[in-house]
Design a protein around this ligand. Structure first.
Ligand code: GUN
Length: 288
């Protein structure tokens, strides 16, 4: 069996069209375009690519995307002052501090300074708490994009067993909460695997839906997957000789799964589309 490809690139274009319509409507109401500011500390090449993709994405949908570049040896106080001035800037609806930060900066402390009503990444404790108590405001973009990909492709989650590889705050833990919510795209039975989990392949073989967010190239092999399962790959790793691969051995798993996301062109484009959607939501919430 060859799996159906879950095309995140195509769905992201649909979402972007919806955001473009929403941001035009916002402009009419507010007299200005929605605005997102990304704060980038240092010169990490991967982060630079991500940030460029985010600001290009903004431009394409009528959101003003600004980037604030700070040197890698920036003091914690200067970074906090920068965020506070964005909190107070009425033209800024969304603020995103690109991670990872250099090791001398306390990530938790920095993220807690962002105004939770402008926290379009959903990383502030207030937004993490709202998600945990089933009252989501800003949900982290990668899990939100995965849920949208599942729902748009008619993949049932209700009563299904989802096994998530990785317990990060950004992906694994937030994904588990979304899949546990009541309603469309939720109502799943969820298992979260991590570095101390025993016999992980035995657990993934029980899954109707496998979500791999473990950061290990091609860890998930064909014999980790139940025939007919849906496989979502969050990993992005450079391939020797160019190109990208994920946390899933795509060629062999695609022979077993019923549906699978490619890398690139699966989860990645959906993450950026959800950031644009969250920014529009932030702008509209501030209008009301
Ligand atoms: N670094 C890798 N992914 C992300 C993300 O979704 N948000 C932020 N702020 N940094 C990241």
């Amino acid at each position: 069996m060859a799996a159906r490809i879950l095309d995140g690139k195509a769905l992201a274009l649909v979402v972007r069209d919806q955001v473009a319509i929403g941001s035009a409507a916002y402009r009419l109401k507010a007299g200005r375009a929605p605005g997102l500011t990304v704060v980038l500390v240092g010169h990490d090449p991967a982060s630079k690519v991500y940030v460029r993709n985010k600001s290009n994405g903004c431009r394409a949908v009528g959101i003003i995307g600004e980037v604030v570049n700070l040197p890698s040896d920036v003091s914690e106080q200067l970074l906090i002052d920068t965020i506070q001035s964005l909190n107070e800037n009425p033209a800024v609806d969304g603020i995103l501090v690109q991670l990872p930060l250099p090791s001398h900066l306390d990530e938790g402390r920095i993220l807690s300074v962002i105004d939770p009503n402008k926290d379009v990444d959903g990383f502030h404790v207030e937004n993490a708490g709202l998600l945990a108590i089933d009252k989501p405001r800003f949900v982290p973009c990668t899990p939100l994009g995965i849920r949208e990909l599942l729902v748009a492709n008619g993949i049932e989650t209700r009563g299904k067993h989802a096994v998530i590889l990785g317990r990060s705050q950004i992906v694994g833990k937030s994904m588990a909460l979304l899949l546990l919510h009541k309603g469309l795209g939720g109502d799943a039975t969820v298992t979260v695997c991590h570095s101390a989990s025993r016999d992980v392949p035995e657990l993934t073989r029980q899954a109707d839906i496998v979500i791999a967010a473990i950061g290990k190239p091609e860890l998930v092999r064909a014999d980790w997957v139940k025939p007919g399962a849906v496989v979502i790959d969050v990993g992005i790793h450079p391939k020797d000789g160019g190109g990208l691969r994920g946390d899933v051995a795509f060629e062999e798993v695609a022979q077993i799964a019923s549906a699978i996301t490619p890398v690139p062109g699966g989860v990645g484009p959906m993450t950026i589309a959800m950031l644009l959607k969250n920014t529009l939501l932030a702008a509209n919430l501030r209008l009301t």
